[in-house]
Design a protein around this ligand. Structure first.
Ligand code: C2O
Ligand code: CU
Ligand code: CU
Length: 455
């Protein structure tokens, strides 16, 4: 697979970096609270986020910014109550979840201002790190940017039995990465220009779990990080200072068939990875987040005490049943992602139309989807292809079999200009309308989306 980095193919104006007058005070990394149980209530509300450079008006679930981490087990019934307490409509989508179409939270399931929505469904999928965020047509980018996003963790019998860190917030740490652009008044604002829509709205600071310049205090031992790129359009290279190696155990939809050792990850908007990292000596470390030539840093200080319990063994193989995509009888489809001009993005030449179903397919089907980023000349823009309701298998990438990191369940895939991925996609028992789209949210909002009907 060809290198996905550097991503400086994108000619973009790097916003003026923060001036030196900003205090570099640090704060401990906030950990979103866990919300468990069968009945989960989320209030969509207005908030305020104080950062060293200014105060921003934000949106959050049950708080000022972001939302609690929902944690539930495979087989359990989720009963979610969403109260829209803001003065505009929105939706809440369960990214990566297999859910009945009427509870998917896509652009058709609007929660009117002042109203509530009560999706109920049974969790029917393997352990994974998923997330939730609004999906209102034309407003997704702004709502996510202002703070509406949270993690959604699924456990199963298999994940619970693994000898890996599982103590949320202690040795199993969620990291929600988001960049924000700081305006003159010090607040982060959402006012995309035409070029911003073209290249995606990128920021000049990176927040981790809503905090700027956070520090994480660790003990010696092995940690698990669940990393989500919850940015609107930025692609990150995630690595450690001192080029520390780590073990990747899961991608978007669950465990990799075989864990992968590496020293960096490329993450496009919407993607998740779970990694295990050994901190065996005291001192300082940090996660480097490279983004468009700038670098942000999540500092970690490792103390003498070790985390209770044994030193974890890295699992080498996970059980993961791939559906079999080898049959030649499967239906094939092609998705051409194309930048047609300033802020005009299409999939197969079409822009999203709420009244148009782009294709239909039967329940319980498996198909082969070829997804291409048709980028050329000035239109060298990356895209991140996402499908609702399912996890797909990457069968090939640019004609080669995928690198080990890309052999696990995925729901979002980065395609640089010219890239082509062949995906095995399967759908099961639910019928209804679902979306596929570019997860660079400015592209999605300007129409780089389509819908399919499972009959
Ligand atoms: Cu994360 Cu259709 O979205
Ligand atoms: Cu989704
Ligand atoms: Cu795109």
């Amino acid at each position: 697979m060809k290198s996905l980095f550097p991503i400086l193919l994108i000619s973009m104006i790097i916003p003026t970096l923060l001036s030196a007058e900003i205090s570099v005070e640090t704060q401990n990394l906030p950990i979103p609270p866990i919300i468990e149980g069968n009945k989960i209530e989320l209030d969509i509300q207005k908030g305020v986020l104080e950062l060293p450079f200014g105060t921003s008006e934000t949106l959050g679930f049950n708080g000022n910014y972001l939302g609690p981490t929902i944690r539930i087990s495979n087989g359990d019934n989720a009963n979610l109550i969403l109260n829209n307490n803001i003065d505009e409509n929105t939706t809440v989508h369960w990214h990566g979840l297999h859910v009945p179409a009427q509870f998917d939270g896509g652009p058709h399931q609007i929660i009117q201002s002042g109203e509530s929505w009560n999706p109920q469904f049974t969790i029917k999928q393997a352990a994974a790190t998923l997330w939730y965020h609004p999906h209102l047509m034309g407003k997704t980018a702004e709502h996510v940017y202002r703070g509406l996003a949270g993690m959604f963790i699924i456990d199963d019998e298999y994940s619970k039995a693994l000898n890996i860190p599982q103590d949320y917030g202690v040795n199993d740490i969620p990291l929600i990465l988001q960049d924000r652009r700081v305006g003159r008044d010090g607040s982060f604002e959402y006012r995309p220009s035409r070029p911003d829509i073209m290249h995606g709205y990128t920021g000049d600071v990176v927040l981790v779990n809503g905090a700027y310049n956070p520090v994480l205090e660790l003990n010696k031992g092995t940690y698990r990080f669940r990393i989500l790129n919850g940015s609107n359009s930025s692609i990150y290279r995630v690595s450690f200072s001192e080029a520390r190696r780590f073990t990747v155990i899961a991608s978007d939809g669950g465990f990799l068939p075989e864990s992968v050792e590496t020293d960096q990850l490329i993450m496009s908007p919407g993607e998740r990875y779970e990694i295990l990292v050994d901190f065996d000596s005291i001192g300082e470390s940090g996660i480097l987040l490279d983004i468009y030539g700038g670098t942000s840093y999540l500092a970690m200080s490792i103390s003498t005490s070790s985390i209770p319990g044994r030193f974890f063994q890295h699992p080498k193989y996970f059980e993961y049943d791939h559906p079999d995509y080898s049959s030649t009888e499967l239906i094939r489809r092609t998705f051409n992602m194309e930048t047609r001009g300033m802020g005009r993005f299409t999939i197969n030449g079409k822009q999203m139309d709420m009244d148009v179903i782009n294709f239909k397919l039967p329940r319980n089907s498996e198909e082969i989807w070829t997804v291409k980023n048709i980028g050329r000349g000035m239109m060298n823009i990356p895209h991140s292809f996402h499908v609702h309701d399912t996890q797909f298998t990457i069968l090939s990438f640019n004609g080669r079999s995928p690198a080990p990191l890309y052999r696990g369940p995925k729901d979002t895939i980065l395609l640089m200009p010219g890239d082509e991925a062949v995906l095995g996609v399967s759908f099961s028992d639910y019928s209804g309308i679902y979306m596929y789209h570019c997860h660079l949210l400015e592209h999605e909002d300007s129409g780089m989306m389509g819908q399919f009907l499972i009959e």
